[in-house]
Design a protein around this ligand. Structure first.
Ligand code: ARE
Length: 641
């Protein structure tokens, strides 16, 4: 007996992928090599990982059995099939191990992997300012100084303060110091003095690059240079500037069509904060200072006086989401979310979203939408955000009332594993298809497709096969540079990476400095200063970004068109984007460093043209055209049906 189902093909499952509430999904299997009358088939359904129901499937003729699933609530539904024969044989049909969709596998045991159906609620007012644009991520201390930086920095550093001290790095070009051993690692207290005004002055350059939104790493008052240890959520860090500077930045940015996305760090604060006040640097009675502090309940203290903190890092005490003070501070009318939206921000990136409760994320969304119905809530989730297992619990963030989408680290993993030969094009296609299937289309469109971030080694270094950094002494790490050959390879691959980033669904995000081939290992090496104009010698990647992002302007359906990905062989990835009116772009990527590949791809029109190389393609009788891809070669074939 041969049983077939493929969750991605209309003949087996319709409609495709994630569905909006109120949809009925039709599921089918095909059973061959046996008299269908001798077979009974059932669908086994789970909801959100619990509550099994089993429904009978109807035989529609020709060995095709089907069942309908009503999807009336925002939740995850999971299904597999049970097929039994009259002579007592039973088998189970589910998803391939390790994935949640695709071509079914027949198992001889019951506990098989299920297929996923994401059921979501449609969002009425979309964050349209975000989803059609291009994001630029800035780590504020390292971006650009302004004329008054020195005065502000000196004042800040010389403030009498207990606990770790801030230090100024006077020379902008000095590489960051590595020292990762303790909570009080020096690398966290080195300040270069980049500021909001510095960013404001650079807006024309970003505008010219096509940037429409800036994602700023934290900007509120904090002790460390990364500012994930918030000291006061309602005040801009004095080294970065003032609230007026923020408003001026937001206003000028808006005039250039650039929106601001802020980093919301609500899982924890700093220990040196208005709320915890370990060192007594703030005028409040903080949670650490006194058991009677109104903020005591804002944290998780144990009987012995110890407290919970983020990943055991003592200077980041974890906040108690249920504390009324915390809720008011973050969600209230004059709280963090709403205040900074009123001051000019358009959305929030939620730090460690996977460590916040569903209820809290929902409340954050509600507060945001009250202030700005088209506001964006983007989460930091490193995996498929539709089905993450977090602390043994199945979490799903994309059903409409939580995150609009997530930082698309799965995209980055797919891209790197493929380009660096760690996975084949088949695996890359599977990863793309799996996200396409699991994410609601609107979440897919809002995914932040990043090549780099402040938490990962610089993409140039990685694409140039950067070293195993544990082998490099900390004192040398900040100075790491690729040799010329490796940089050449990095650039070849960077083009392919950027092309994928600009032609797959999602909002492209550029980590500051990647456009100038900035290098760096993991943090703080990835947080080097952006070179000043005269020190920029390499603009090749900027040219690549311009060329690839130009395609999104020429072919707007690269933003909202449908997607389908597949591999043509181990080295060549192919994906198609289609517009509603029949335009098709076929993107081909050859990741091989040495093999030229000649492939045949279906094209939709006799007049197909390769937009990258300017060639007209000849469509043969079988509907395919032949395309030659040099090592690290690519094509974007355009056809209009
Ligand atoms: C720094 C050094 C550490 C040092 C520490 C203490 O990097 O080596 O031990 O200081 O001296 C911020 C700063 C960091 C800082 C950290 C602690 O940016 O520089 O560390 O605070 O002070 C996981 C989380 C994810 C998190 C990453 C970093 O899930 O949420 O780890 N990212 C956010 C921010 C960070 C920020 C924090 C959280 C804390 O973006 O910048 O750190 O607010 C897998 C998993 C992921 C995991 C990832 C990396 O793929 O799936 O869940 O992310 O690996 O570990």
């Amino acid at each position: 007996m041969n049983i077939r189902h493929n969750s991605r093909l209309a003949e087996y499952r319709s409609p495709f992928g994630a569905v909006v509430i109120g949809t009925t999904v039709e599921l089918s299997i095909r059973v061959d090599d046996i008299d269908p009358k001798a077979v009974t088939a059932k669908t086994r359904i789970w909801v959100d990982g619990v509550g099994e129901t089993i429904i009978d499937m109807d035989h529609k003729g020709d060995g095709c059995f089907s069942a309908s699933i009503e999807c009336d609530k925002p939740q995850l539904k999971w299904y597999s099939f049970i097929v039994s024969t009259q002579d007592g044989y039973t088998c189970h049909v589910g998803a391939p191990v390790g994935v949640t969709g695709g071509e079914a596998v027949t198992y001889d045991y019951a506990d098989v992997p299920s297929f996923q159906i994401t059921v979501y609620k449609h969002r009425a007012t979309r964050p349209a300012w975000y989803e059609k644009g291009m994001v630029y991520q800035i780590f504020p201390d390292r971006y650009r100084r302004d004329a008054n930086w020195r005065e502000r920095a000196v004042k800040e550093v010389e403030k009498p303060r207990k606990g770790p001290g801030k230090k100024i790095v006077w020379d902008w070009n000095t590489p960051p110091v590595y020292d990762r051993a303790t909570d009080n690692s020096i690398q966290n207290w080195d300040f270069y003095g980049g500021s909001l005004e510095g960013i404001r002055e650079d807006l024309p350059r970003l505008h010219e690059m096509g940037i429409t939104a800036i994602y700023l790493n934290p900007i509120f008052k904090a002790l460390s240079n990364h500012r994930y240890d918030t000291g006061d959520y309602l005040t801009i860090d004095p080294m970065l500037g003032t609230e007026d500077d923020f408003k001026a930045l937001a206003k000028d940015a808006k005039e250039l069509g650039i929106s601001l996305i802020l980093d919301g760090v609500f899982n924890h604060t700093g220990d040196d904060s208005l709320y915890f006040n370990r060192y007594g640097n703030y005028p409040t009675e903080g949670a650490w200072q006194s058991e009677d502090s109104p903020w005591r309940d804002a944290y998780h203290f144990k009987e012995d006086g110890s407290y919970a903190s983020w990943w055991g890092i003592g200077n980041m005490p974890a906040l108690n989401e249920d504390s009324p003070l915390v809720r008011d501070l973050i969600l209230g009318e004059d709280g963090v979310i709403r205040k900074w939206i009123r001051a000019g921000a358009s959305g929030w990136r939620l730090d460690v979203a996977d460590e916040l409760s569903d209820e809290f994320i929902r409340d954050i969304k509600t507060a945001l939408l009250k202030e700005r119905p088209d506001g964006l809530l983007l989460g930091e989730v490193w995996e498929d955000a539709s089905n993450k297992i977090s602390y043994s619990k199945l979490r799903t963030y994309l059903q409409g009332d939580e995150l609009d989408s997530a930082m698309n680290y799965p995209f980055r993993d797919m891209m790197l594993n493929f380009l660096l030969d760690k996975e084949t094009a088949y695996q890359a296609a599977e990863r793309i298809e799996s996200i396409r299937e699991n994410y609601p289309p609107e979440a897919l469109m809002c995914a932040l497709n990043l090549l780099g971030s402040h938490d990962k080694p610089r993409v140039a270094s990685v694409l140039g096969d950067g070293p195993d950094e544990s082998q490099i002494p900390e004192s040398e790490r900040g100075r790491f540079r690729l040799d010329e050959n490796s940089m050449g390879r990095a650039k070849g691959r960077f083009w392919l990476a950027t092309l994928m980033q600009m032609t797959l669904p999602g909002v492209p995000s550029i980590y500051y400095g990647d456009e100038f081939a900035l290098e760096g290992l993991s943090d703080p090496g990835n947080r080097r200063t952006l070179p000043e104009e005269d020190d920029i010698h390499d603009r090749d990647m900027l040219t690549m970004i311009r060329n690839a992002s130009g395609l999104r302007k020429t072919l707007p359906f690269l933003i909202d068109g449908t997607l389908q990905a597949r591999a043509l062989n181990d080295d060549v990835l192919c994906f198609k984007r289609r517009s509603a009116d029949g335009q098709v772009a076929t993107i081909l990527i050859n990741r091989s460093l040495s093999n030229t590949r000649v492939v045949r791809v279906p094209v939709e029109n006799d007049m197909a043209i390769d937009l990258l190389n300017g060639n007209n393609l000849v469509r043969a009788a079988d509907g395919c055209a032949e395309v030659k891809l040099w090592p690290l070669g690519s094509s974007v074939i355009y056809a209009n049906k």
